[in-house]
Design a protein around this ligand. Structure first.
Ligand SMILES: C[S@@+](CC[C@H](N)C(=O)[O-])C[C@H]1O[C@@H](n2cnc3c(N)ncnc32)[C@H](O)[C@@H]1O
Length: 217
């Protein structure tokens, strides 16, 4: 992992993630579709035809499920292994999605998005990049679009003292409120549903709705 320095951007590099996939050290991959997704599809939050982004798609379980639901899915990841795994999964299932190898801090979607499935991508980015990433997400989303945020609770011993950092970087609820501000997003009332990931970290599920005007970044 590259540390924050003048020469390198803060946080993990594409090579860091590529190496994790290559060495099969992917504890974030639960090996199946996140059970949180099914009820949201059933509620109509990701309807057929919706243009849905899966940022940092990893092995692509949710990409395939959303494609099976009839969404027009854009899956973005900058690790070539993640892109390959997602493409293989889609091909095996006879499903179609656009899988793009790109850095989310540089890429821009070709058209406004109706939905985003944000699962363990924010927590993979160094917090130095959070404002830029959240600003981009807000700019890409059509008014009324759905952002399903699975905020990884990576609280652990030594984090507050700066002894452990990430990834995963802890997605504290107050940090989420500041990043996805109420001026741009409609927030549901708490409490937010938490679900423990097999890796031991909990994910808080927060479904936000984009308010205001579309403004591509
Ligand atoms: C912790 S993994 C999560 C993968 C998947 N969302 C899941 O939950 O199984 C983070 C993923 O985000 C990707 N990623 C991290 N930073 C990225 C960036 N700036 N642009 C594109 N992909 C990125 C990594 O390559 C990795 O596949």
């Amino acid at each position: 992992m590259s540390a924050g320095s003048r020469d390198a951007p803060a946080g993990p590099s594409p090579d860091f993630w590529q190496e994790r996939f290559a060495s099969h050290r992917t504890p974030w991959d639960r090996g199946e579709v996140n059970p949180a997704l099914e009820p949201l599809i059933a509620q109509g939050l990701f309807p057929a035809g919706a243009r849905v982004l899966v940022p940092g798609c990893g092995a692509g379980h949710e990409v395939a499920r959303l494609a099976a639901a009839g969404c027009r899915v854009l899956a973005v990841d900058y690790a070539p292994a993640a892109v390959a795994l997602t493409r293989e999964r889609l091909a095996r299932a006879g499903l179609v999605a656009e899988v793009i190898e790109a850095d989310l801090l540089a890429w821009t979607p070709p058209a406004p998005l109706d939905g985003v499935w944000e699962q363990a991508c924010l927590c993979a980015l160094h917090p130095d990049h959070w404002v830029a990433y959240a600003t981009r997400l807000a700019g890409w989303m059509a008014p009324g679009g759905t952002l399903a945020l699975l905020a990884v609770q990576a609280e652990r011993e030594g984090r507050r003292e700066g002894l452990v950092e990430g990834p995963p970087y802890h997605c504290d609820i107050n940090a989420m409120r500041a990043l996805f501000s109420a001026s741009a997003w409609t927030w549901p009332k708490p409490p937010y549903r938490g679900r423990t990931h097999p890796s031991g970290f909990a994910e808080l599920q927060i479904v936000l709705v984009r308010a205001g005007a579309y403004n591509i970044v």
